[in-house]
Design a protein around this ligand. Structure first.
Ligand SMILES: [Fe+2]
Length: 373
């Protein structure tokens, strides 16, 4: 039994209902031995010690008929440092945004169901026509499995560590698929309301998730077989990431119709599109996502240039520059969106120059080896 680190409160003899002051902060309380019929909001009757967290300054312990305080002693100690709740995500998002769409907008999506069926669902590939992870991996049911694994590991030897870091980060991002399906289902008008809904939006979401699921699956098995990576650290990162979820930026809710699209785009770009795995954590590196994406950027896997290219493509495709009849606010949003891609490119050049001076970072995924970011 651990002795209390700070103070002890003992009650003996018979006592009525008692309140025990626990101070203003959160405290933990050990209960060493309990008599019969002990009841409290946090505890079930137990013979031995229980550990709980008090969130209120006072916690009431109430004795039910027949038992007495003599059978109970309570040790209270002050918790050192921050007291966390029994389970909290490793990464917490403090500004939570909920969404509610006005009924007229929901009606627009409802009216688009036929269109979605004809134009969106056609892009889903039938399962029988899709590749599966096994098509690219040694077949565990075949005679030559051991040999194939050996070959795979032989080929992997040539791949530099920084490429593995990027492959791992990408795999982890893919493996957080439950989060993305959840995010889609936070959206009004298109969410899967029953989990097996037959609206085209819901059919799309489930089938897209099912298609996507193969990506992480393949990468995971490949990396596992490679023998080059610390699978346990990777698996922990996946569990942390799914437990943390993700956060989307809030969109302005009430935008005048004539300026709607351009102002919505401007608003979204200002708040930045957050990357799906930005809450990534491995239990060690507090800036894991930044370090991973810096390596991906350095290797040219996904760069700010790609981001700027996509943006530029959309500006041209949607003819943003040619929009007329905008309010002054709308025109400001138009200028902002049109000027963004060149701005990102310039910022990128400066960031590149700074990156040259950064020192290498250890990645737990590859047994703590240091990688240039
Ligand atoms: Fe994917």
């Amino acid at each position: 039994m651990t002795p209390p680190q700070w103070g002890i409160v003992c009650r003996s003899g018979s006592a009525p209902v008692e309140s025990i002051p626990l101070g203003r902060n959160l405290f933990r309380c050990h209960i060493y031995s309990l008599g019969q019929n002990f009841i409290s909001p946090n505890y079930e009757p137990q013979n031995q010690r229980r550990l709980g967290v008090f969130s209120e300054p006072y916690e009431q312990f109430q004795l039910l008929g027949g038992s007495s305080w003599s059978s109970i002693s309570i040790g209270i100690y002050k918790e050192v440092g921050n007291v966390k709740k029994p389970f909290t995500p490793p990464r917490e998002v403090h500004v939570q945004v909920t969404h509610s769409m006005p009924p007229e907008k929901i009606a627009i999506f409802d009216s688009l169901r036929g269109w979605a069926e004809q134009n969106i669902l056609v892009h889903l590939k039938p399962v029988e026509k899709c590749w599966q992870p096994t098509d690219f991996l040694p077949d565990p049911a075949s005679e030559g499995f051991d040999e194939q694994v050996k070959e795979l590991r032989e080929r992997c030897k040539e791949i530099p560590d920084d490429y593995f870091v990027v492959l791992i980060g990408d795999m982890i991002t893919e493996e957080a698929l439950p989060t993305y399906q959840t995010m889609i289902n936070t959206l009004d008008a298109v969410r899967d309301e029953t989990g097996a809904s037959l609206t085209p939006w819901a059919i799309w979401t489930r089938a897209w998730t099912a298609e996507e699921n193969r990506h992480g699956d393949l990468l995971n098995k490949y990396l596992y077989l490679s023998g080059r990576v610390d699978m346990k650290q990777i698996e922990k990162t996946i569990q942390y990431l799914i437990g943390s979820g993700m956060m989307r930026s809030a969109m302005k809710q009430h935008i005048p119709r004539s300026n709607g699209a351009i102002m919505a785009i401007g608003d979204m770009m200002k708040k930045k599109i957050s990357m799906p795995a930005h809450l990534m954590y491995d239990g060690k590196d507090d800036n894991l996502f930044e370090h991973f994406s810096a390596v991906a950027q350095r290797l040219g896997v996904y760069t700010a240039k790609d981001y700027a290219d996509i943006l530029e493509f959309l500006v041209v495709r949607w003819e943003v520059e040619k929009l007329t009849g905008l309010s002054s606010e709308g025109r400001r949003a138009q200028d902002y969106v049109c000027g963004l891609a060149p701005r990102i490119r310039k910022l990128e050049e400066r960031a590149q120059a700074r990156a040259k001076q950064r020192s290498p970072v250890p990645f737990s995924w590859i047994f703590g080896k240091e990688i240039k970011t």
